[in-house]
Design a protein around this ligand. Structure first.
Ligand SMILES: [Zn+2]
Length: 348
């Protein structure tokens, strides 16, 4: 960086918040590693990874959600075979995207990771999509910095006394333009990122919501490389995905299912042809055990990526190296804990 660029970066930093420039030395541990529910691993160990799945989701709402609503033993028994199956098919990394107040259960995940050998990741953050049904009351009263403090604490100390750390930040927003609470969640996510290096995966309502979040992250001094556009297939429009990927954002196509394989192949192929393979993540957004339903209700397995989607990519003349990039290199890069700021690290 030359002097002019340095001054420019410094000038832009002035626009960001103080929190964006503050790196908590307490939080700088495990940089460059992947944080699983069993502890940190080097990124090269993660392996073939599904970037967005769920083992348990409870849609009862933030006020009523509780672990008393299900028998963790029964949930474990129901979920285990689905994870064992996908492990046998070649999956090694599994990103569990259920946030707090929607049924996040780190101890259940730890047990499942122990039993299957999968590298399971859990998350910190709040989910502001679905018209705010899953936002706890305190999020309305507190500032973005106070919410970030809570999430950073989970990274530093583990979740709810379990010692299990989040591997990423999961937020959710409704369609844009972003509501006040959704803006606050995005700001809190950005500030948590700059203090921890955890990647932000955001359930994003529509294209406008993605653009609004990208703007907030830029204001906060967070690079697009730290942001996963979750459900990028909804409200699909190619140009905005190309622009976002070219800026460095992760584009997640996470609706793989038997009925959507052709469409998913088409989308990842189109982005690959534009030279954007290294920005893509794929998954099913499948599962899950639903508390309140007999035996957890209906459960969609995690197999289609391995049984149908990857063979379809091979048929579309993807090389093994390209498939390795999509399933192994991209997730291990996306979820490796590291602070990605638009301002120069040399400022500290
Ligand atoms: Zn999901």
């Amino acid at each position: 960086m030359n002097r002019r660029e340095f001054l420019l970066a410094g000038g832009l930093a002035g626009i960001g918040s103080l929190a964006a420039k503050y790196v908590d030395p307490q939080s700088s541990f495990h940089q460059g590693q992947i944080m699983t529910v069993l502890g940190p691993i080097p990124p090269e160990v993660l392996g073939s990874t599904l970037s967005h799945e769920h083992v348990l989701v409870d849609f009862i709402g933030a006020e009523a959600v509780s672990r008393d609503r299900y028998d963790a033993e029964e949930a474990y028994e129901v979920i285990l075979p689905y994870l064992q199956k996908v492990r046998e098919l070649g999956c090694q990394g599994f990103v569990e995207c259920t946030p707090a107040y929607l049924g996040r259960d780190p101890l259940l995940l730890k047990r499942l990771a122990d039993a299957t050998g999968l590298h399971l990741l859990t998350n910190t953050g709040y989910y502001g999509a679905a018209n705010d049904r899953y936002i706890p009351e305190h999020a309305y009263q507190e500032t973005a910095d106070q919410l970030a403090d809570r999430w950073v604490k989970e990274w530093q100390e583990g979740i709810e006394g379990t010692g299990i750390r989040p591997g990423f930040i999961k937020i959710g927003v409704d369609g844009g333009p972003l509501s006040e609470i959704d803006r606050k969640l995005a700001q809190a996510a950005a500030r948590t990122h700059t203090r921890t290096g955890l990647t932000i995966a955001s359930h994003t309502g529509n294209t406008r919501a993605a653009m609004d979040q990208m703007e907030i992250f830029a204001e906060e001094g967070v690079k697009p490389e730290a942001f996963i556009w979750v459900h990028a297939q909804s409200d699909w429009e190619l140009k905005s995905r190309i622009d976002a990927a070219q800026k460095g954002m992760w584009i997640e196509i996470d609706n793989i299912d038997t009925g959507s394989v052709a469409e998913c192949v088409n989308r990842v192929n189109t982005l690959k042809q534009r030279g954007l393979l290294s920005r893509l993540l794929v998954s099913h957004d499948a599962g899950w055990y639903s508390p309140g339903e007999p035996k957890g209700g209906s459960f969609r397995g995690f197999d289609t990526a391995y049984t149908t989607f990857l063979p379809a990519l091979r048929q579309a003349r993807w090389t093994e190296e390209e498939i390795h990039q999509l399933m192994v290199v991209n997730p291990s890069t996306a979820f490796a804990v590291r602070i990605r700021k638009t301002t120069s690290g040399s400022l500290f």
